[in-house]
Write a protein that binds this ligand. Sequence first.
Ligand code: F6R
Length: 240
Amino acid sequence: MIYKTENYSEMSRKAAGMIAAQVIMKPDCVLGLATGSSPVGTYRQLIDWYEKGDLDFSKVSSINLDEYKGLAPEHEQSYRCFMNTNFFDHINIEKTRTYVPDGLTTDVEKCCKEYDRLAAEMGGIDLQLLGLGRNGHIGFNEPSDIFVGETHCADLTPSTIAANQRFFESEADVPRQAITMGIRTIMLARKIVVVVSGADKADALRAAVRGPITPQLPASILQLHPDVTIIADEAALSKM
Ligand code: F6R
């Protein structure tokens, strides 16, 4: 299903509505969460409803898609820091039940295996929130010759490094690798909500929805998922 919204704020309210419904229907649900610009408004809306007393996150657990390799949780551009600042610090979620890959791990293989085990032990993800990369990535599953199922350490493509430079002082400061949940765990989520905003995502969105299913455009795999809702603004849908 694709919802067309006028703009970013309407997109954010709709996505927040779906997450709120999930939390109300299943208070101890597992949320799969994303970082980046796309979900910030969604988190802001959820915080607003929490502050009004309409939402309770005390029993919710969360597992994030990815983390930059080499960044400490305290680093202000780490995804752990992003999640705390943009969401967790403002709601009553139990922080010990919020998981983000360990960017400082010295044993990547073990860390990745444990992350997959963790997702399974949590009972799988009830609702996975995704953004869409300009090159069609989801999480940091970058365009490649194969879909990688497991959590893994990914080399970021030059286009992703360039896109994420806006958060760092210079391009040289952008980490070159990230630990990312693989396609399998994402696809095993019971429900997937994708938020997409802006004309610079229009080509990727069109290819993801209308193009062939190919690891060169990782989001195209979502065509095979039984319950995906894409919430996109007019600009992102301008090429459909
Ligand atoms: C973030 C993530 C990425 C972003 C994507 C879009 O955790 O996994 O796939 O969702 O790069 O980023 P924004 O929303 O900043 O355009």
